[in-house]
Design a protein around this ligand. Structure first.
Ligand SMILES: [Zn+2]
Length: 302
């Protein structure tokens, strides 16, 4: 029997899970389970310099200790290169991919700044300058807007060509870009729903564009508020966010539920993780998630 709902959690193994990643895991897990759906785990280990040895295993152990149960084998992006190559080949055949010789510095100098940094000015669209070598393959974005209805943040419209610019699919050093890999995985592995942090809202527009070009099914999207510190910075290894302590599952899960707008009683902090999950599955409503892109999380994790 095919599940009508297939969700996933896709951490990057750049370090141990911190509170922000747990929020995304809890939200995607509860959405899947309350729809009697499948929940899959994908390790986004594409970019070698970002991958920390041992981090993937520590993430899996942490999720296990917190009581998450995933379906099927864990998917590793580092093992999916043939699928990404095939997708890239398909896009090249459709004539929407072109080689780009520009360096980061050249782009920064000639570009307007969009929501996510410099917008590629299209320098190599009509061909690379003579004598230059390709540093990347870019996707030619079209003027037509990308529209999607986010389950939490509502209707979204993005003009990729003017707001994001032609984006990289493949780097000359052999690394596939996140947008290509993530779109191919979600589409080919049949994900019906993507629930993740709102820091990936702009990425979703790009991934929908790729999915459409590849004629793959586009999932529904729900973007959860991103946990930020008192200075408004996203929790990450760079902002020295503390890793969560999986030996106290109640504390971690209750805090994530409360962050996501669910008034989990404090007594559950000391309860068995099974009791916490039972409460969470009985009470989860995506409508309760605050409809904002970012929320501060003041309490430091014990
Ligand atoms: Zn270029």
């Amino acid at each position: 029997m095919t599940a009508v709902y297939r969700g996933r959690f896709a951490p990057t193994p750049s370090g141990p899970l911190h509170f922000g990643s747990i929020v995304a895991a809890v939200g995607s897990y509860l959405e899947a389970r309350t729809h009697r759906g499948e929940w899959h785990l994908r390790i986004d280990d594409l970019d070698p310099p970002r991958v920390v040895p041992g981090a993937a295993d520590s993430i899996l152990r942490c999720l296990e200790q917190l009581g998450f149960e995933w379906d099927g084998p864990v998917i590793y992006q580092s093992q999916r290169a043939p699928a990404y190559h095939a997708a890239l080949h398909q896009l090249r055949q459709r004539g929407v991919v072109y080689p780009c010789a520009c360096t980061r510095k050249e782009i920064a100098e000639g570009a307007r700044t969009g929501v996510e940094g410099p917008i590629y000015p299209g320098t190599c669209r009509a061909g690379m300058p003579a004598g230059r070598n390709a540093r990347a393959l870019r996707l030619h974005t079209a003027a037509a807007p990308v529209r999607f209805d986010d389950l939490v943040l509502g209707p979204q419209v993005r003009d990729l060509e003017h707001e994001a610019g032609d984006f990289v699919l493949y780097r000359a050093d052999g690394v596939f870009a996140f947008h290509l890999a993530s779109a191919v995985d979600d589409g080919e592995l049949g994900m019906t729903d993507v629930v993740r942090g709102a820091d990936l809202l702009e990425s979703s527009a790009r991934q929908i564009y790729v999915l459409d070009l590849l004629r793959l099914p586009v999932p529904r999207y729900a973007h959860l508020p991103v946990a930020v510190n008192a200075r408004g910075e996203k929790l990450s290894k760079q902002t020295f966010a503390d890793p969560v302590d999986p030996r106290e599952p109640g504390v971690v899960l209750v805090r994530a539920l409360q962050f996501l707008g669910h008034s989990a009683p404090d007594r559950l902090s000391r309860a068995d993780r099974l009791d916490v999950w039972q409460w969470a599955k009985a009470n989860w409503r995506v409508e309760r998630v605050p409809r904002v892109a970012a929320l501060p999380c003041e309490k430091p994790l014990a």
